[in-house]
Design a protein around this ligand. Structure first.
Ligand SMILES: Nc1ncnc2c1ncn2[C@@H]1O[C@H](COP(=O)(O)OP(=O)(O)OP(=O)(O)O)[C@@H](O)[C@H]1O
Ligand SMILES: O=c1ccn([C@@H]2O[C@H](COP(=O)(O)O)[C@@H](O)[C@H]2O)c(=O)[nH]1
Ligand SMILES: [Mg+2]
Length: 235
């Protein structure tokens, strides 16, 4: 089991992006606190995986969440759960929510919490691992509250990849993986949704001392060297 309390030196980004100004939440805090709020009435996660170590990985579209998660998995062995990938699997498996999810993703909006939280809960419960990176979730305060209620715990830490909008748009439009939301109109909407609904989540966890803000500019390797100490300190 990983340590749940750690004290690290500051890892504050020097980026001057618009997002940073909007968050404006004194992100020097690099102490990791734990607040377990297990809620037996809701069931929480199953007994076998009752107390997993959870990292939320947040950032705007194209900020590099998925790319950095792959590197964290390779080096530290956490299991990567991308909320977007779980939703895309629902579309391709023709589930009852498939067409609703497809339309929501096309529009750059947020899928209802009950759908996403259920998929994440199942993925945690069916995993052999007890350490997770939950990538691209929670997208809103409503998502966050639903997760904490259903899972019965807060995340242990939260990573936020801070990247200028112009760079994020460039990366998304060059991604070339056939995603239906990698077009300029959807990206504009996703940036709007990120600023309006996701930044409040980031601010919430900053206030709780759980946030690690990482400068998301530079090469993939340079960014990973900013991420590495966060997990190295928890081993
Ligand atoms: N540091 C980087 N410099 C340049 N390109 C990068 C960098 N990191 C990731 N990329 C590229 O940018 C694109 C978006 O990266 P990635 O998919 O990791 O972002 P994301 O935050 O998961 O985005 P989304 O929220 O849309 O899923 C990918 O094509 C990836 O290869
Ligand atoms: O928790 C979530 C995660 C994702 N979505 C929808 O999926 C797309 C793509 O997500 P990525 O994380 O970029 O892969 C996102 O724009 C949302 O439409 C969601 O609703 N809830
Ligand atoms: Mg991604």
């Amino acid at each position: 089991m990983w340590r749940r309390v750690a004290s690290l030196s500051p890892l504050v980004s020097s980026s001057k992006s618009r997002i940073l100004n909007q968050v404006g939440c004194g992100l020097n805090a690099c102490q990791v606190f734990t607040t377990r709020v297990l809620n037996p009435a809701e069931g929480g996660v199953s007994d076998r995986r009752r107390n997993p170590f959870v990292t939320f990985v947040l950032g705007g579209p194209g900020s590099g969440k998925g790319t950095q998660c792959t590197k964290i998995v390779e080096t530290f062995g956490l299991t990567h759960l991308s909320a977007g990938d779980l939703l895309r699997k629902e579309i391709s498996s023709n589930s009852e929510n498939g067409s609703m999810i497809l339309n929501t993703i096309k529009e750059g909006k947020i899928v209802p919490s009950e759908v996403t939280v259920k998929l994440i809960k199942k993925a945690i419960e069916t995993s052999e691992n007890d350490r997770f990176l939950i990538d691209g979730f929670p997208r809103s305060e409503e998502n966050r509250i639903a997760y904490e209620r259903v899972i019965g715990a807060e995340p242990d830490i939260v990573l936020f990849f801070d990247c200028p909008e112009q760079e994020m748009v460039k990366r998304v439009l060059n991604r070339n993986q056939g995603r239906i939301d990698d077009n300029i109109d959807t990206v504009k909407e996703r940036l709007k949704v990120f600023a309006e609904l996701n930044l409040p989540v980031i601010k919430h966890y900053s206030k709780k001392g759980k946030l690690y803000k990482i400068d998301g500019t530079g090469s993939e390797d340079e960014i990973f060297e900013r991420v590495r100490p966060v997990f190295a300190a928890l081993r």
